[in-house]
Every structure is written in structure tokens, then in C-alpha cells.
Design a protein around this ligand. Structure first.
Ligand code: SAM
Ligand code: DTB
Ligand code: SF4
Length: 363
């Protein structure tokens, strides 16, 4: 643990609400003191197991209980992942983030496959990130030994607003998983979504949770909600770009060293808006025409934007050394964790689940 400033809620809200240009100037100054401001990492997302998820996250097109256009797909093969990773690398990506629509990781053949995927991508000298849901300490260690560079597990919003969005798991479980990742030595990637109907206070409380982790996360993705038809959040309007800029700038100030990632929602952002976000401290984009299941800007348009702004893509392992892939024999039982299931009632989620049942019957 290092000596670090403990942020208070009012301080973060005050920062967020400060005059925009002051906020961006302060954030940009901190950004330049801690990072190369003309470098932005290109990362690629790959959905290795799509749809059919048992959770009720109100924003997510992959939740089985909502009626969306996403078809469930089984776990990809290691070969498919290798091909996708090589392609991403050719197009300038230095990081591959593999996502699975799971509630939590279960030991067995599928997890063994994911471990092989991590080894394969690490051998390509790309930063390997996984986002697979909740994780025990031993599972985190297995991924670390395979050569995992980062684990993404978002807190998504404030603890208070979380209860309005998800009922099948608790905030504490997210924090427990982050702790398990931290113990394994894998870097922590955790952020959230704005535009889900939360207040500014919720946004700031989320940042406070992340900023008061010690150490702070190495990576913080800021997603703008992509409202997908069939989910309980289908009717929400895209957030104004100014909210994104404020969020990035505030994140930069409270977590000076973290890599801030402009994540979902870039298809609704102009180049000028994104440029402002880079100025305020964003240092990564997800490139490629698809995020996990929703559209993303065309890679060539992104490369053109890099050219226009004089940005260069960050090399892999610029911030931390490449993890070693180790062959380890695992013995003994894993510590049993009973992940919580609060099961409180979120009316909107229930109504959209019912709509899905009707749609299924009508098929
Ligand atoms: N199932 C795992 C989990 O929830 O941790 C990993 C995959 S999940 C799709 C990863 C993250 O994607 C979520 O935590 C959320 O922040 C983000 N996400 C999902 N749907 C989104 C949407 N419609 N708009 C913006 N971000 C979204
Ligand atoms: C994160 O915070 N955003 C990425 C990554 N981590 C895994 C995922 C965004 C998903 C957007 C919705 C979709 O495409 O399904
Ligand atoms: Fe499942 Fe993750 Fe989507 Fe929630 S966000 S429904 S856990 S895939």
C-alpha cells in the first residue's frame, strides 16, 4: 500500500461541476505530468462467449432474460482467438480484451480453454485482458500464471444506484473479485457506465470507490451507455459529450496514473468530442467495428482521427512488464465463495423479462 490522498465525495462532486475549461485544463496538466499525451492505446475487444447470461444487468444486451438481437454463441476455440488476436495486432492493437457473458468463472473444461487462450495471446506479445465475471483467488492466480496482464471487472456505478440496475449480484462481490485480482498480481481494470439514469453524485461516488482503492486501478474504462432495443434501458438517450468530458477529466484528477479508456458509446461521439476527451486524459480506445456485441467506429476512421490529431498508438507493455507464462501444478481445494444474490425487485428489469417470455412464446 502506498500513501495516497483519500478523496471525499463533496470534493469529487465539486471537481466534476467546476467550470469546464478549468476542469479540462487541470486534468490535462495532470495528464501531461504522468503520461505521454500524444499516445493513445489501441485495444480490441473479442467476445469469446456471447449471450445467454443469467444475470439481469439492466443495460446488457447479453442477458438471456431480455429480448435482444444478440444470439447466444458457445465459447470460441483457442485457434479462433489466435486468428482474431493476430488480426487485431496487424491493425495496431497492443491489447486484446476477451469478454465472456458469464456471471462468474467456473472451474472445468471451459476455464481450462480460457487459460490456453491467455497463454496463446500473451505469446503474441500483446497485453491480454479478460472480463469473465466474478473470480476466486485461485482462479485469478491461474490466469496470472498463464500470463494475464489485466482483468476487467467494472463496478459500473455507485453502490446506491447499482441496486436500481442489477438484482442478481451485489456490489460487494464486485469489490471482492477486484481484491482477488489484485492479490494475484494481475493489473486491475475497473470502471463503469454513464447515461443509465444515474445522478452526478452517483458518477462521483463510483469514481470515489475506485480512487480510494489502494493501489488505485491501473485502468479505468468509462463507457457511455449503448442503449440496446429489448433491454430495460432501451429508451435512454445518449449522454451529452460534455458529460463524458467531465467524467474523463474528473477521473484523471482523482486517479492521476491510471489509463483511462474511452470505451462503449464512441459511435455517438464526434471527433472533436473525442479530441477533448484525449486532452482531458483518455489514453485508450477500443477499435474494430464491434465492441462485444454492439457497433463501434470503423478502424480506418479511427486511424484517420489519430493522424489528424497527431496521436501515436501505445506500444504493448509500456506501463508494466510482460507477464511470464508459467507451467504450474495446482493442488488443493479452492476457497469456496458464495456469491450473493440480493434478488430485490427492479420493476423495469422484471417487466422486460416478461416481455421476453411473451416474445419467446410467440416465436
Ligand atoms: N459478464 C462479465 C461482467 O459483467 O463482468 C463481463 C462482460 S460485461 C459485457 C463487461 C462490461 O461491459 C460491463 O461491466 C459493462 O460495464 C459493459 N457494458 C455492457 N453492456 C453495455 C452497454 N449496453 N453499454 C455500455 N457498456 C456496457
Ligand atoms: C468495458 O468497460 N467496456 C467494454 C469492456 N470493458 C469489456 C465492453 C463494452 C460492451 C458494450 C456493449 C456490447 O458491445 O455488448
Ligand atoms: Fe452478463 Fe456481464 Fe452482461 Fe451482466 S454485463 S448480463 S454479467 S454479460
Amino acid at each position: 500500500m502506498t500513501e495516497q490522498k483519500i478523496w471525499k465525495s463533496e470534493e469529487v462532486v465539486e471537481l466534476y461541476n467546476s467550470p469546464l475549461l478549468d476542469l479540462v485544463y487541470r486534468a490535462a496538466t495532470i495528464h501531461r505530468e504522468n503520461h505521454n499525451a500524444n499516445e493513445v492505446q489501441i485495444s480490441t475487444l473479442l467476445s469469446i462467449k456471447t449471450g445467454g447470461c443469467p444475470e439481469d444487468c439492466g443495460y446488457c444486451p447479453q442477458a438471456a432474460r431480455y429480448h435482444t438481437d444478440v444470439d447466444s454463441e458457445a465459447l470460441m476455440s483457442v485457434k479462433q482467438v489466435e486468428i482474431a488476436a493476430k488480426r487485431a495486432k496487424l491493425l495496431g492493437s497492443s491489447r486484446l480484451c476477451m469478454g465472456a457473458a458469464w456471471r462468474n468463472v467456473k472451474d472445468g473444461a471451459e476455464f481450462d480453454h480460457v487459460v490456453e487462450m491467455v497463454k496463446t495471446v500473451n505469446a503474441l506479445e500483446m497485453e491480454v485482458c479478460c472480463t469473465l465475471g466474478m473470480l476466486t483467488e485461485k482462479q485469478a492466480q491461474r490466469l496470472a500464471d498463464a500470463g494475464l496482464y489485466a482483468y476487467n471487472h467494472n463496478v459500473d456505478t455507485s453502490e446506491e444506484y447499482y441496486k436500481e440496475v442489477i438484482s442478481t449480484r451485489g456490489y460487494g462481490d464486485r469489490l471482492k473479485t477486484i481484491e482477488n485480482v489484485r492479490k494475484s498480481g494481475v493489473t486491475v481494470c475497473s470502471g463503469g457506465i454513464i447515461g443509465m439514469g444515474e445522478t452526478i453524485k452517483d458518477r462521483c461516488e463510483m469514481l470515489l470507490t475506485l480512487a480510494n482503492l489502494n493501489p488505485q486501478p491501473e485502468s479505468v474504462p468509462i463507457n457511455a451507455l449503448v442503449s440496446v432495443e429489448g433491454t430495460p434501458m432501451e429508451d435512454l438517450e445518449p449522454i451529452p459529450i460534455w458529460d463524458m468530458i467531465r467524467m474523463v477529466a474528473t477521473t484523471r484528477i482523482v486517479m492521476p496514473k491510471t489509463t483511462i479508456r474511452l470505451s462503449a458509446g464512441r459511435t455517438s461521439m464526434s471527433r472533436e468530442g473525442q479530441a477533448f476527451c484525449f486532452m482531458a486524459g483518455a489514453a485508450s480506445i477500443f477499435a474494430g467495428d464491434k465492441l462485444l456485441t454492439t457497433p463501434n467506429p470503423d478502424i480506418y476512421e479511427d486511424l484517420e482521427m489519430f493522424d489528424l490529431l497527431g496521436l501515436t498508438p501505445t506500444d504493448p507493455f509500456a506501463k508494466h512488464p510482460q507477464p511470464e507464462t508459467k507451467e504450474v501444478e495446482y493442488e488443493g481445494e479452492d476457497k469456496k465463495i458464495k456469491w450473493s444474490r440480493p434478488a430485490h425487485k427492479i420493476e423495469k428489469n422484471i417487466n422486460y423479462s416478461k416481455k421476453n417470455k411473451i416474445a419467446e412464446k410467440e416465436k
